[in-house]
Write a protein that binds this ligand. Structure first.
Ligand code: NAG
Ligand code: NAG
Ligand code: NAG
Ligand code: NAG
Ligand code: NAG
Ligand code: NAG
Ligand code: NAG
Ligand code: NAG
Ligand code: NAG
Length: 573
């Protein structure tokens, strides 16, 4: 992972000072590893600047081929349209048009950004994974906009499914077989697609393409890509994709099994085990990449995580009707009519409908998840209203009226609420039922999803527990408590924006310094307490240490009460 200050990149040229930042960041990377034991760190560098921390405009040019650099010479795009959820057409033109909007939207997330999530309670099977990966949880990814990349992806998707999602297999199979393509141009992910004679050899992490006789060349071609949605994640091992030459084709390993359906090869390790990453890095990208096959696709999973397969079994079983293959251990030569290596991803925990085969939105994704977990269909009101409908006199009348229910998620390690009983009492005093939960990684989603669905409000400190918002009903509320230290921007881009897109009510409560345990620990005059800006100016790792890792929350329930009342009013609307 190197920052490349090459001036041929327009991004770098636009802000020379930023190169230093990029270099400093990569230097700090190592230094920081030590104290991050047990935590996930994702450092996301966006291409242009607006500044969550209001300090540094961060622009990073990643090492790229000359061709990629050329493709990046378009100027930084303008700020995003206010609404990015405009409906899109499936027509090619509509898609291209909207793709450009989506692209601007994505590029507009424009600041240096540090994100950390703690790891949930590890299960026994996780020891190996934890030992192997937890010391390095740093991911640099550039949001460089690349028009060529979008076009190419559009082309790939069209090839894959037909423009309108028509699954006419004969169209796919009998045309001129497209050449195997590895597209390395997207800033977030790499992807390869092989159509025709594709052979997968799991133990060798290799996918071979044997071209038709007429198309065989003297030389083959070879790529190696990380088969998940974050192309710069260090600890995902690459998968080799190889087009065989004429000579190699003659001695290609024979198929040991023939399959009628396409395969998708992807990694299940990486930052998974934190629910936000489970969804943002794997499940949503898998949905984007594989949903349109309607289950007629097989997953060949590198670095398979049994806990992940178990936890998300309903989702995985819907996306693919076929057994999941533990690809690392698979010694056979699997032949498929099409093999996709890698997972597409559009943004953090998000979907750009114009870039999906069937214009899926994140709202569609929430509905899909609810469907899979057999939660009540959309159209039902939020639970307390629904329950009160049958009471005499409707929502506002009748006796034994059910109060809105609030699920209070408490984090295990950091950013936890230290005065839960007091908060619970305040929530009840404001007119809610309260359910306090401390989600563990091994919780059973079949039951937990129903518990969330039965709530009208999901409340928690900024962090992965809020990812359970997928199980809420339309018009239910997410109440996000934003810790001390200028974390409002993170709160919005990782949860708030998504909640709104998914037609949930989004309410944030930003705590004061006095409500942070940093206040007790360091006193009111310590800069971490009195001047977060000055902390962020000293480099992202210091902000991380104080605000993401060290801080817990003692909510001032007096100050918090009006927010609870606001949520209540919002629900009643
Ligand atoms: C997606 O396209 C279909 C028609 O192809 C349309 O019915 C649907 O409303 C569109 N959805 C969105 C969110 O644009
Ligand atoms: C979709 O395409 C049709 C015809 O191609 C057009 O009339 C319609 O306005 C488009 N809708 C959107 C939302 O772009
Ligand atoms: C996992 O680690 C814990 C603590 O280090 C240890 O007690 C436990 O035996 C380990 N489990 C396995 C399966 O290795
Ligand atoms: C962690 O990073 C260091 C330095 O960047 C590297 O040498 C080491 O192999 C990495 N460890 C893992 C588990 O990726
Ligand atoms: C599939 O495509 C072929 C050739 O384009 C066409 O002849 C056939 O009727 C199509 N089948 C279906 C079910 O649409
Ligand atoms: C896997 O790679 C090894 C070493 O390159 C090779 O000997 C073996 O034939 C490969 N396996 C298959 C099934 O091709
Ligand atoms: C997946 O879920 C959808 C409903 O969202 C259902 O129609 C479809 O049959 C399911 N597919 C499989 C393979 O279970
Ligand atoms: C309300 O009444 C309808 C029709 O009588 C019934 O189908 C529904 O299950 C009831 N809902 C609740 C929450 O009792
Ligand atoms: C709690 O908030 C109230 C209202 O903002 C304020 O008057 C009070 O001083 C706060 N209490 C503490 C302990 O900070």
């Amino acid at each position: 992972m190197t920052a490349d200050p090459s001036p041929s990149s327009s991004s770098a040229a636009a802000a020379p000072s930023v190169k230093g930042v990029a270099r400093a960041l990569s230097q700090h990377h190592r230094a920081v590893v030590g104290f991050l034991f047990g935590f996930f760190v994702i450092l996301v560098l966006y291409t242009t600047a607006s500044g969550q921390f209001g300090t540094t405009n961060t622009i990073v040019a990643l090492r790229s081929t000359p061709a990629e650099q050329n493709a990046r010479t378009s100027p930084p795009p303008p700020p995003p349209p206010a609404s990015s959820s405009a409906p899109n057409n499936n027509s090619a033109q509509g898609a291209v048009h909207d793709m450009e909007n989506g692209k601007k939207d994505e590029a507009a997330k424009t600041m240096g950004q540090v994100r950390i999530e703690d790891k949930n309670v590890p299960g026994t099977e996780m020891n190996k994974t934890i030992d192997n990966v937890q010391t390095n949880r740093t991911d640099l990814s550039s949001q460089t906009v690349n028009e060529a990349s979008d076009r190419m992806e559009e082309e790939l998707i069209r090839q894959e499914l037909g423009q309108d999602g028509d699954k006419n297999e004969s169209n796919v199979k009998h045309g001129a077989p497209p050449k195997p393509v590895c597209d390395l141009s997207d800033p977030r992910y790499d992807i390869c697609e092989i159509s025709g004679d594709a052979r997968a050899i799991g133990v060798n992490r290799t996918i071979l393409y044997v071209p038709p006789t007429a198309e065989r060349g003297a030389d083959g071609q070879e790529w190696a890509i990380k088969d998940q949605s974050r192309k710069y994640l260090e600890y995902i091992e690459k998968v080799k994709v190889k087009t065989l030459s004429a000579a190699e084709s003659l001695v290609a390993p024979e198929c040991t099994s023939q399959h009628a359906v396409p395969a998708v090869v992807f990694a299940m390790n990486g930052l998974t085990s934190n629910p936000w990453h489970d969804f943002s890095d794997v499940i949503v990208p898998l949905f984007i990449t594989a949903r349109a096959y309607d289950g007629e696709v097989q997953f060949l999973v590198t670095d398979l995580q049994p806990w992940f397969v178990d936890k998300y079994r309903l989702i995985l079983a819907n996306l693919s009707r076929y057994d999941i293959v533990d690809f690392n251990k698979d010694a056979g030569v699997r032949c498929h009519p099409r093999i996709v290596v890698g997972l597409r991803s559009h943004r953090d925990l998000g979907i750009d409908p114009a870039r999906t085969p069937r214009n899926y939105t994140l709202l569609d994704f929430r509905m899909y998840i609810r469907d899979i977990f057999s939660l009540p269909p959309d159209g039902l009101g939020i639970p307390y209203k629904e329950a009160n409908k049958n009471a005499s006199g409707g929502v506002d009348g009748g006796t034994g009226k059910r109060k809105p229910r609030l699920m209070l998620i408490n984090r295990g390690r950091n950013r936890k609420f230290v005065n839960i009983p007091e908060i619970s009492a305040a929530v009840q005093a404001a007119g809610f039922e309260v359910v306090v939960v401390e989600p563990r990684r091994d919780l059973r989603l079949e039951e937990f999803s129903k518990a969330v669905d039965s709530c009208d409000v999901l409340m928690g400190a900024h962090g992965a527990g809020l990812t359970n918002f997928f199980f809420l009903r339309t018009d239910a509320a997410m109440l996000q408590v934003v810790p001390w230290g200028h974390m409002e921007h993170s709160a919005m881009i990782f949860y708030g924006v998504q909640a709104k897109e998914m037609r949930l009510r989004d309410v944030e409560y930003s705590i004061t310094a006095e409500e942070s345990t940093l206040y007790e620990k360091y006193g009111k005059d310590h800069p971490a307490v009195s001047d977060p800006e000055s902390i962020h100016k000293q480099g992202w790792q210091l902000g991380m240490k104080y605000y993401w890792l060290e801080q817990d929350i003692r909510l001032n329930v007096t100050r918090f009460a009006p927010t609870l009342h606001q949520v209540l009013r919002t629900l009643q609307e």
